[in-house]
Design a binder for this molecule. Sequence first.
Ligand code: ATP
Ligand code: MG
Length: 416
Amino acid sequence: MINIPKGTKDVLPADSYKWQYVEGMAREVSRLFNVKEIRTPVFEHTELFQRGVGDTTDIVTKEMYTFKDKGDRSITLKPEGTAGAARSFIENGMYSGVLPTKMYYIIPAFRYERPQAGRLREFHQFGVEVYGAASAQTDAEVIFIADTLLKKLGLQIKLYINSIGCPTCRAAYNQALKDFFAPNLEMLCADCKNRYEKNPLRLLDCKEEGCKAINVNAPKILDYLCEECHAHFEEVKSCLSSAGVEYEIDPRIVRGLDYYTRTVFEFVSTSIGAQGTVCGGGRYDKLIEQLGGKPTPAVGFAAGIERLLMVMEQTGVVIPEPERPTVYIAGMDAECRKKAFALASELRKNGLIAEIDHMDRSVKAQFKYADKIGARYVAVIGGNELIEGKANVKCMETGESESVAFDQMTEYFKKK
Ligand code: ATP
Ligand code: MG
């Protein structure tokens, strides 16, 4: 037997309605905010992620699915959605189109991680990207999109926000971080020693317990913001308040990706333990430029669909079950089953969910199957019914039966 690869999951037919529900809600919320879908390839040139995600990030240093294709190009399965959207924005010259450009995506993403609850090697994200607008109001709107989705899904999830400033204020902050970590350098993990040189901000994002303990006392970026960044952050906060979005400031949020500037945020659930971050995002004004485009401000987020579903399950959110088949049409013998096929076809043409036998089963066995698939009615056609031109229709809930003429079936079930 061939098994599923480690860190991946099947979504089985019995469960896919849950995914469709969450994805449908994401599309619906996008519609409300006038955000249009963008679809980009599952794989891109590796360089896109090296430049667009950042070569000091966990993603690029150790988590990417990278391979050479038969043409000797280095290809990577996308580990996140922003880089591809940004590449497409630049490549298609979207700056000269409608600005801001508001886009969303629903994608599989691939990261070579240690699989655990809420941490997979193939997972799925719903994300939003808004390019071209620098205002604090845009940051707040993007946060509000995520907040709206979470609330529509019935989730109470805490929002944490922070600002990591711009390159100007970050220079002073990076120095302060270096000064702080210098005496503790020996106690940091190997990754952090490397980050210390290349990008000290990343030290704050480390998941090692030892590093986390040291991080608690690190200087706070908010104390180092320049005037403009400070004002921007204040406005984001006041916009959020005006939209009725509750938040808490968490100076330790820096986000795992290199391209962030100013606002960063995370929605964190306490109900699923360690992998509680269901959604993360922020502003990344340097990204488009870093990828070779014209300077274009950008802000967005990505939410993990598996994690959303986990929180929904753990907090008892009931997802509406899919519509059950209206009727199963059972046939006693080959001739009757042929009639059942014709009648079911007619019902389906009229938009009703009808099901029939595919296995030459006895009527008793067909009833069992009808029950398993949750059919609301079973219409039985035997020799007599065939002659009389009507079926014996049984309501599975009440057990009551009545006779319905073949040519009245559509009418009859449309009212049910
Ligand atoms: P974490 O800190 O949990 O590793 P991250 O900072 O790497 O998350 P992002 O790159 O911001 O995550 O991705 C956005 C969202 O995608 C996360 O908030 C999470 O819900 C989800 N996510 C990220 N990595 C995984 C994964 N390996 N498996 C499942 N969901 C994931
Ligand atoms: Mg991660």
